[in-house]
Design a protein around this ligand. Structure first.
Ligand code: MN
Length: 194
């Protein structure tokens, strides 16, 4: 162990190529199997008992997205590289490097990389935090009532299948919010022929 470490993190860890850092593991985005997300990794950069916050770095591959969720705890986000969009509450915003995004408590949020670019962002979060809440069908219907949110969510498709390619726009627009018969999850997809 580094003799100048305190609480867990050595005082200096060098950056490596490709938005990686010495001594920092590249982890799955989250373990929650109920949440719908795609092509996203997580690195915990700072997690120290003397701090009330953690700082993570998320990298979303082209066409990937974080889960749509809300919770009591808050996020403070700094975009480091790439392009994409976010939904914060009822606002869809385009994201560029060095933009700052605040996610207040109990605000629906989702981050999405562009179809042709990755999106990397730092996210500060409370150490003590509640479990994220996922949208019910009613919540999704309510969000989709806003055309800009519907477009944002529709482009994402919550089943993890890449439907970002919009050349088949009829099919893309034809996606419905469906409930999986296997596990009861809700996602945007084709209704099963029954
Ligand atoms: Mn969150």
């Amino acid at each position: 162990m580094n003799d100048v470490s305190r609480g867990g993190s050595p005082v200096h860890r060098r950056s490596k190529a490709g938005h990686r850092w010495e001594g920092v593991d590249c982890l799955p985005y989250k373990e929650d199997e109920q949440a719908r997300f795609k092509a996203i990794s997580r690195q915990v950069l700072f997690s120290d008992p003397v701090l009330a916050a953690e700082l993570r770095f998320f990298e979303v591959a082209p066409g990937g997205f974080s889960s749509l969720e809300r919770h009591q705890h808050a996020h403070a986000v700094l975009v480091l590289h790439g392009h994409g969009q976010c939904l914060i509450g009822r606002e869809v915003r385009r994201l560029e490097p060095h933009d700052l995004v605040t996610v207040p408590p109990w605000t629906w949020h989702q981050f999405r990389a562009a179809s042709d670019a990755s999106l990397g962002f730092l996210c500060m979060v409370n150490v003590d935090r509640d479990r994220p809440q996922l949208p019910s069908q009613e919540d999704l219907t309510d969000l989709q009532a806003d055309p800009s949110i519907a477009a944002f969510l529709g482009a994402l498709s919550h089943d993890g299948v890449d439907r970002v390619e919009d050349t088949k726009s009829k099919e893309t627009r034809g996606l419905d919010l469906v409930t999986s018969r296997r596990d009861g999850r809700r996602f945007f997809g084709k209704r099963p022929r029954s």
